[in-house]
Each structure stands twice: as structure tokens, then as C-alpha cells.
Write a protein that binds this ligand. Structure first.
Ligand code: G4P
Ligand code: NA
Ligand code: NA
Length: 192
């Protein structure tokens, strides 16, 4: 997606540990026009898939998930990171290991929002090792929901997540695919 790649080049900052900081339009301040264009793009890329709900994880997945839900006219469910104070039995819960933070967190979704009748499109802001997406797939499995696809705003193709998703048979669409950060520069997949 050209306007997204342009924006990453303009405003993205490279941090140690192969982390791309995009706080000015995605992870802290949010550009709603860009988010709307992202929703429209996912709308095109997943045309023909049966989608009853969008599934994401708080916090940064919510903005692109919301605009995608707006295009498909379906509810947007976000997995919560905090433990619900009420009974665990009311929730589908799974563990997610974070490589960046080296900790395991639990995420959960209330059982009333996902069922066997759902076909979910998973949306997230970043795809690195794929642990967050694996967690969301686990939640969908626990609910007996189908996974119609996985839509990612920024994929770091050199980390293992995208390969795992495709190898496991899921329809993956990423709007920006980063091949590497050689010479402290963002190189997209397919560039010279
Ligand atoms: P993984 O889910 O793909 O395995 O990635 P990892 O454990 O490494 O990522 C943990 C968190 O860091 C996730 O956000 C993920 O979206 C984010 N992340 C991974 N790589 C990058 C990157 O290069 N740049 C930025 N800005 N974020 C990255 P989270 O902890 O769930 O936080 P939230 O922002 O969604 O609240
Ligand atoms: Na995220
Ligand atoms: Na994030």
C-alpha cells in the first residue's frame, strides 16, 4: 500500500532490536484518514471471504480493526490483556509470549462475543514473530469460530510470523512488508 509505505519512510523511526517506531500515525497519535484507507484496502483484499466479526488485540490493533469493521459492517472484538475480575469461565483465554518484552501475558475474550457461527478476520498493527496472531487464532479455535483471514498493517517479513501464518494455511494480507532495516533504512519486500 503506497501511501502507507510513504508514511513509514517519512515518519518511521528505527530503534535498536529491529523495532520500527510509528508513534505519529499508528501506535500513539493515530491518523484517522490513513486508518480509513487501511480499512478500505483490507475490504478489497478480503472481498469474497465470509466475515462476521473482526478480531484484534488491545490497544494498537483497535484503530485499523475498527475501520475494517466499518467497511464490512461487522462488529469489532478486541482481546483484552487485563484479567477480568469476574469468573474466568466466562472468557476464552490464551497465553501470548512477547519477544520484545520477554514476558508471557494472557489475553481473553468474553464468550458471548465469539461462537461457532462466526467467521473472523484477524487484524493487527504489527506482525513480528506472530505470537499475538497465534494467540488470536487460539481464541478463535476455543470459540469454534472460523478464521477467514489475517490482515496486518506492518509486517516485518524477516521475523518468523508471516511464514508461520502462511505455512499453516491462513489467508494473510499485509499492507506494508519490510524485508530488512539494513544501513538503518527501511527496505520493503520487492525493492531493489
Ligand atoms: P509478535 O506478536 O509478532 O510475536 O511480536 P512481539 O511479541 O515481538 O511484539 C510485542 C508487541 O510489540 C506487540 O504489541 C507488537 O504489535 C509490537 N511490535 C512488534 N514489533 C514491532 C515494531 O517493530 N514496531 C512497533 N511499533 N511495535 C512492534 P503489544 O505489546 O500488543 O502492544 P500494543 O501496542 O498493541 O498495545
Ligand atoms: Na499489536
Ligand atoms: Na503494538
Amino acid at each position: 500500500m503506497e501511501i502507507l509505505e510513504k508514511r513509514i519512510r517519512q515518519d518511521g523511526e528505527l530503534l535498536p532490536g529491529n523495532v520500527l517506531k510509528v508513534n505519529s500515525f499508528l501506535n500513539h497519535q493515530i491518523d484517522p484518514d490513513l486508518m480509513f484507507a487501511i480499512g478500505q484496502e483490507f475490504g478489497k483484499l478480503f472481498t469474497g471471504e465470509k466475515i462476521t466479526k473482526i478480531l484484534t488485540c488491545e490497544a494498537s490493533g483497535i484503530a485499523p480493526a475498527l475501520t475494517t469493521g466499518l467497511i464490512f459492517h461487522v462488529p469489532v472484538v478486541f482481546a483484552r490483556k487485563s484479567k477480568p475480575s469476574t469468573l474466568n469461565k466466562e472468557c476464552y483465554e490464551t497465553e501470548v509470549f512477547s519477544y520484545t518484552k520477554q514476558v508471557t501475558n494472557k489475553i481473553n475474550v468474553d464468550k458471548k462475543f465469539l461462537s461457532k457461527d462466526d467467521s473472523v478476520l484477524i487484524i493487527d498493527d504489527f506482525l513480528a514473530n506472530g505470537e499475538a496472531v497465534k494467540g488470536l487464532i487460539n481464541i478463535a479455535k476455543k470459540a469454534n469460530s472460523k478464521v477467514a483471514g489475517v490482515g496486518i498493517v506492518i509486517e516485518k517479513t524477516f521475523q518468523g510470523g508471516s511464514k508461520w501464518i502462511v505455512d499453516n494455511g491462513y489467508h494473510l494480507e499485509s499492507l506494508a512488508r519490510i524485508a530488512n532495516f539494513d544501513n538503518n533504512t527501511v527496505h520493503f519486500v520487492g525493492e531493489e
